[in-house]
Design a protein around this ligand. Structure first.
Ligand code: SF4
Ligand code: SF4
Length: 710
């Protein structure tokens, strides 16, 4: 070993030992913080499916590739990062002796070829990602940057590290080629040979560059070991675990559809037995999140995809799902020394941790809160954040868990929503309408709508779940009547519960009042089971979601279909035939709880397509910029329908402007809340002279009914 190699070997060994010690210490700390979370025994069932999903989402990049350019560039960088680990290992041989390579596979031409091209594509990939980050850096983008609030130096540092390591790899190979020591022929390592042809022969250079490569790599390890909250780096290791343990393996957006039932110490909370002094009611402090919540916070990459899609953030509200997760993460790690200290001796706990423990989880800036109440209550639970998150963070669950404590224990929520909750408890619907008027919508129909109470089990195919909006709200009642008329026309045997129906409990559950939700849900499950209901058709996506995904938690198992799905089947079967052409183009607004939460995207479009025909010169179905998975909320979900929208631009106005920009005369919806929100938005625009008078907002069922009537 020459003098140069003695120096390079000693430097590489020293920095590696420091990095290894630090990283072991940090991983232990990270695990200790994650373990502070509450037990959650539901995360390790179905391991084969979990493993398949994890491999598909990581190695296949199925979610990242929804953003094609970023996804492809990130895939190459990920593969390059994995290969880099081998190449860094190779450098440990090269600091000892320039001609050495990896044992067994190092001299193999295929190894040289594969790593050469992974290096090239990784190099291109990282340049693309750096360009995208620079173009979208906060303060430089026309729209609010998805990176606003992200720790930019950390991302730049990670990117320059990868770039530096890749460059070192090529220079090592280039110098080997110049020294005539490269193991592989030109066809296997063309870039390295080309570089070697312009580099001087310099035997010591290989060990020196290998040492630089190890220094860059180990410096990165030391930096991330010193920054346990550096998600942009740690996600490279944590994403595999976070995806493996997601709530619903096998589906794209984990944490969509059903909400998690309330739990205390990992067990379902039974309200009849629960004791507020002993049991956990939602989340009051950061350590009351489950361990998976803690893993979520730690894994966030700060990519800002969630933020870029959030309707609250995009209309000037203080809520950003990314910043919410980052605030919880920073708080958890800052408070951890206190939580991990033996309770009888706090003398060694640093002052920051002791100060952090005094901060309320929910509180204004004056109260030194972690999450501002305006952040908590701005969420529409639309699920856009969950849908977009490449590492399967479950934002909506965390938000609702915090709401649960505020509502059930603190009684601290927007006052106007209190009326809705009282109406649910006393009248069984959010509007406070008299239950005796629930089936008034049937008056004037030229056919009878039977009540299940008057039928034998098996006399009806579908229970038509009308929903509170469908029964009491004037615009939604038109949809209800249209659906009933169409089903009758198509010969579908259906019946209603009439006054036996109450609210499904969706708004109570989304605002955090699990007690009222359970009360209503249990009543409905009892009624449905007694009536022998097997199949349900619902017009409201919120009812649809609750009936199909949440009632199972309470013993109600039904086959639930949305009216647009049933209508699409009836049109396809020739039982409903559109004969009247639609005047002008139609655009379709995907309701969050039908689309993203339940992945029903095609059926409403099939119905509209059958009526309107293909898009062509101000005719047919035209899409808005944001549609299907990336659809933009109307602003009413998450019980926001019953809260004032005081901050920023109104969400429904933002959506209506997008709909109007398509030039469509008909804005079709498939949800009574969307009907109200977009209807109000269009009315406002018309009053301001900003929308043509002929534009109307109607349900898909109403569009079809007009088309089938001769
Ligand atoms: S659920 Fe929707 S509104 Fe709530 S944080 Fe996520 S994107 Fe924003
Ligand atoms: S999309 Fe997921 S990983 Fe990206 S910033 Fe949001 S929460 Fe973090």
């Amino acid at each position: 070993m020459g003098a140069v190699q003695i120096v390079t070997t000693c430097v590489a060994a020293a920095i590696t030992i420091v990095a290894a010690v630090l990283v072991v210490r940090t991983v232990r700390r990270m695990l200790a913080v994650i373990r502070l979370g509450q037990p959650d025994p539901t995360r390790s069932d179905n391991r084969a499916l979990r493993l398949r999903t994890m491999l598909k989402e990581t190695l296949g990049h199925t979610r990242m590739l929804r953003w094609t350019v970023v996804g492809a560039a990130h895939w190459f960088v990920m593969i390059a990062f994995m290969a880099l680990s081998l190449l860094v290992l190779e450098a440990y041989f090269e600091v000892v002796k320039p001609g050495l390579g990896l044992p067994l596979i190092g001299a193999w031409n295929i190894y040289g070829l594969v790593t050469e091209w992974i290096g090239v594509l990784g190099f291109v990939g990282i340049l693309v990602l750096m360009g995208i980050r620079l173009r979208n850096r906060p303060g430089n983008a026309e729209r609010r940057s998805r990176f606003q609030g992200s720790t930019m130096w950390q991302a730049y540092y990670v990117e320059y590290t990868i770039l530096g390591v890749l460059l070192c790899g090529f220079f090592i190979r280039g110098f080997k080629a110049a020294n005539d020591e490269l193991e592989w022929p030109t066809w296997a390592a063309p870039v390295s040979h080309a570089l070697g042809s312009v580099l001087p022969a310099w035997p010591a250079a290989v060990s020196l560059v290998a040492m630089v490569k190890i220094i860059i790599s180990m410096a990165w390890v030391i930096v991330i070991a010193s920054n346990v909250t550096m998600g942009v780096a740690w996600h490279r290791f944590l994403a595999f675990f976070n995806i493996f343990f997601k709530r619903t393996p096998g589906r794209a957006g984990s944490g969509l559809g059903a909400l998690r039932p309330m739990t205390s110490q990992g067990k379902p909370l039974d309200f009849e037995e629960a004791d507020p002094d002993k049991d956990q009611f939602g989340v009051a402090t950061v350590e009351q999140f489950s361990w998976k919540g803690m893993l979520d916070f730690t894994t966030c990459t700060e990519c800002g995809r969630c933020q870029s899609q959030c309707p609250a953030w995009n209309t000037g509200k203080p809520l950003s799902p990314k910043l919410l997760i980052l605030n919880l993460r920073d708080h958890a790690y800052a408070k951890a020394p206190y939580l991990l200290a033996p309770t009888e001796d706090l003398s060694h706990v640093d002052a920051l941790a002791l100060a952090e423990k005094e901060r309320p989880l929910i509180g204004t800036a004056e109260e030194n809160g972690i999450i501002d109440p305006d952040v908590l209550w701005s969420c529409t639970t639309c699920g856009a954040c969950v849908e977009q998150c490449p590492v399967d963070i479950e934002h909506v669950d965390h938000i609702v868990d915090m709401r649960r404590y505020q509502v059930l224990i603190e009684s601290n929520f927007p006052t106007e929503a209190g009326v809705m909750l009282r109406n649910l408890e006393n009248k069984g619907n959010p509007w406070g309408a008299a239950q005796s008027t629930r089936d008034d919508w049937t008056k004037g129909l030229d056919f009878e709508v039977p009540n299940v109470a008057s039928l034998e089990e098996g006399d009806f195919d579908y229970l038509f779940w009308v929903g509170c909006a469908g029964a009491f709200e004037d615009r939604a009642k038109k949809t209800t009547r249209a659906v009933a008329t169409l089903l009758n026309e198509a010969g579908v045997k259906f019946a209603i519960l009439g006054q036996g129906e109450t609210c499904t409990g969706d708004p109570a559950r989304r605002i955090g009042n699990e007690f009222v939700f359970q009360m209503l849900a249990q009543q409905n499950v009892e009624t449905l089971n007694e009536a022998g209901v097997k199949k349900i058709v619902a017009t409201c996506p919120h009812c649809f979601n609750t009936l199909s995904n949440e009632y199972g938690q309470l013993g109600g198992h039904y086959e639930v279909i949305h009216h647009t799905q049933l209508l699409a089947q009836l049109v396809a079967a020739g039982k409903l035939t559109p004969v009247q052409p639609l005047d002008g183009a139609v655009t379709y607004h995907d309701p969050c709880y039908l689309g993203r939460h339940n992945r029903v995207f095609a059926p409403p479009r099939e119905v509209l397509g059958a009526v309107a025909g293909p898009a062509d010169d101000n005719k047919g179905l035209v899409e808005m910029d944001r549609f299907a998975e990336r659809s933009f909320c109307c602003g009413a979900g998450g019980a926001r329908m019953w809260m004032e929208e005081r901050i920023g631009k109104r969400i429904n106005v933002e959506r209506v402007e997008e709909a109007l920009s398509t030039g469509a005369k008909t804005v079709a919806v498939a949800c009574p809340f969307c009907l109200t929100m977009l209807g109000d938005g269009v009315t406002g625009k018309k009053a301001a002279g900003a929308a043509p008078e002929e534009v109307e907002v109607v349900d898909v069922a109403s569009v079809l009914l007009r088309a089938v009537q001769k």
